[in-house]
Ligand binder design. Sequence first.
Ligand SMILES: C[S@@+](CC[C@H](N)C(=O)[O-])C[C@H]1O[C@@H](n2cnc3c(N)ncnc32)[C@H](O)[C@@H]1O
Length: 247
Amino acid sequence: MQLIKALLCQFLATGAVWCLAAWAPIPVAIWQAIVVQALLAVLGSQMLRQPKWWRIIHLLFMPTVFLGLSWQLPSWLYLLALLLSGLVFWGTVKGDVPLFLSSTAVSDALIQLIKTEAASSFVDIGAGLATVVQPIAANRTDLRVVGLERAPIPWLIAKWRCRKLANVRISRNSFWDCDLGDFDVVFAFLSPLVMARVGEKIKAQMRPGSLFVSSSFPIPEARPESVMVLADRRKTRLYCYRIKNDR
Ligand SMILES: C[S@@+](CC[C@H](N)C(=O)[O-])C[C@H]1O[C@@H](n2cnc3c(N)ncnc32)[C@H](O)[C@@H]1O
């Protein structure tokens, strides 16, 4: 859906600039046309309520194409760049969860939480580059740690980073297909778009007494047991939900 919206923004912005240039009483320089196209694409993206990160993509898309054309780069480079970004930003292409990474403060806070909870198992549902999973598993070699990562290149990198840690399993399964009842602490840093559905999943699957921690994005209409505000650059909030015995 997001991809269709993005293509629509680009086509409409390009069409509008083309008409403007054709009817303009004075000649329009190519760089002027590119700037207007990029701004119109951003505006379109805003009007179609795309998530904010798409604005950066729209802003950079046409200038990048223009630079590529003027430097006469071989055409296979475009295909390679497209393939690589698809393999890294798998979730962004699908329009739900992009790749961005937690700070060290997040993994430090989780290490403390795991200790307080006396947890013996931990899963990161959307492990990215193992930014969270790797330091936790290295700090707590007695803990069973699982990282689920669907995007191929981040999955490979996460696997490589954890290759020497015997207590970690990095899996390419989607967390939607995994049973979360197997873990004492479940961690997520996903996107506001999926939190309502994640809320239903943890309620249906997690064991009473276990803890769900969501970085930055709360579950709509659910009351967290506590909210930790971290002293990192983003002032990350960790929303902690205790699973109740009310099924
Ligand atoms: C915002 S990043 C968080 C990365 C890491 N957990 C961290 O905190 O640094 C979210 C990750 O979830 C992954 N992801 C999105 N949907 C997923 C799914 N259904 N199953 C597994 N991973 C998923 C994305 O590919 C992305 O790498």
